[in-house]
Design a protein around this ligand. Structure first.
Ligand code: OSB
Ligand code: MG
Length: 369
């Protein structure tokens, strides 16, 4: 396959409800979409998961745009590519910028699956056409607002609830939630808001039967997470710290993670995600699919990835309607009463990209050929 051109678009998409984490509040997404045009007239789509600022990691919408335009797109355009897994190697001279790479790489996988006329999830090696779905609920103004949101999601069927925590919105919130919802599958995500000095707080979390604690300590750390894990019972799950299959192996070997959150953008696309999944599976470490407030294209790629065998826990990929008045794909992503999402049987990502909707949302567009 030959990629003849790469089209970049930035769309603005307001969230139905603000999403707040320990690193900040998002009300409107600035999403970079990547379309790769194949020489045979078929196109593939990817979505960049970089945020509006360098707060989750060091990438953001602008760095992704300029890195793709200046370096990554020229590395892949016009090359004879035997398969999508080669895209990563073509971009190897660029260090970091995994979210930028992933948006181009995942578009290449969609293109390849469409050329082969197979669903992407099957092309990736997925083993199930239905994935378990959970929700990630941001920090709210009040405990009551949080409890109300949880009730709605449990009634909808979601398989587990994740809440965001930060200093001042942590132990007491968890304690009250446990009182109100004694049996719900619950976990917390700190997005690196704590340090080892907070070990007592995490020891107290042990009383509340959490499925796991996600990324309590520094975004770049593994050593202190291993120290913390030695002192608490609740499994630690790493998100921000895992950028590669090597990171996953190191985290497991150190004892810094008993569970791994896999995000396509953070690891650099489907080929790298498959490696992380295989490494964790070989070491009996469960993985699940994280989310980055994706619109439909990113959501569709997440669904495909989560059909791989190692994704044994419900992830953060949930229904379009939880985020958007109208998503950019057709049909919208929906969740069954059992809290599952079906992987589509159409070729590629398996959802139609709603171009007229995207055109209306586009604030800039550039063709690189
Ligand atoms: O840490 O998992 C995270 C959203 C933005 C940045 C980081 C994270 C998240 C989420 C939301 O938790 C997951 C989703 O519903 O897309
Ligand atoms: Mg997280």
């Amino acid at each position: 396959m030959i990629i003849t051109a790469v089209e970049l678009r930035e769309i603005r998409l307001p969230l139905i409800h603000f999403f707040e984490t320990s690193f900040g509040r998002t009300t409107e997404r600035r999403i970079l979409l990547v379309k790769v045009n194949g020489s045979d007239g078929i196109a593939g789509w990817g979505e960049c998961t970089a945020g509006e600022g360098p707060f989750y990691c060091d990438e953001w919408t602008e760095t992704a745009w300029s890195t793709i335009k200046t370096f990554l797109a020229p590395m892949v355009i016009g090359k004879e590519i035997a398969n999508a897994a080669e895209l990563w190697d073509l971009m190897s001279a660029v260090r970091g910028h995994r979210m930028a790479k992933a948006s181009l790489e995942t578009a290449g996988w969609d293109l390849e699956a469409k050329r082969l006329e197979v669903p992407l999830w099957k092309h990736l090696g997925g083993v199930r056409n239905e994935i378990g779905s959970g929700v990630s609920i941001g920090i709210q103004e009040t405990f009551e607002a949080l409890a109300e949101k949880i009730e709605v999601e449990l009634r909808a069927g979601y398989q587990r609830i994740k809440i965001k925590i930060k200093p001042g919105w942590d132990l007491e919130i968890v304690r009250r939630l446990r009182e109100k919802f004694p049996a719900m599958p619950l976990m917390v995500d700190a997005n690196s808001a704590y340090s080892l000095a907070d070990v007592d707080l995490f020891k107290q979390m042990d009383q509340h039967r959490l499925m796991m604690i996600e990324q309590p300590l520094a975004h770049s750390d593994m050593f202190d997470h291993a120290e913390l894990q030695k002192q608490i019972e609740t499994p630690l799950c790493l998100d921000e710290s895992i950028h590669s299959v090597e990171d996953a192996r190191h985290a497991i070997q150190l004892g810094a993670a008993r569970i791994v959150n896999v995000k396509l953008g953070r690891v650099g696309g489907h080929t790298q995600a498959k490696k992380v999944e295989a490494e964790c599976r070989s070491r009996n470490v469960p993985v699940w699919c994280g989310g980055m407030l994706e619109a439909g294209i990113g959501r569709a790629h997440n669904i495909a990835m989560a059909t791989l065998a190692g994704f044994s826990l419900p992830g953060d990929v949930s229904a379009s309607a939880r985020y958007w008045a109208e998503d950019i794909i057709e049909p919208q992503v929906t969740v069954s009463a059992n809290g599952t999402i079906l992987a589509p049987n159409k070729p590629g990502i398996g959802f139609e990209v709603n171009l007229s909707k995207i055109d209306k949302l586009t604030v800039r567009r550039e063709m690189i050929a």
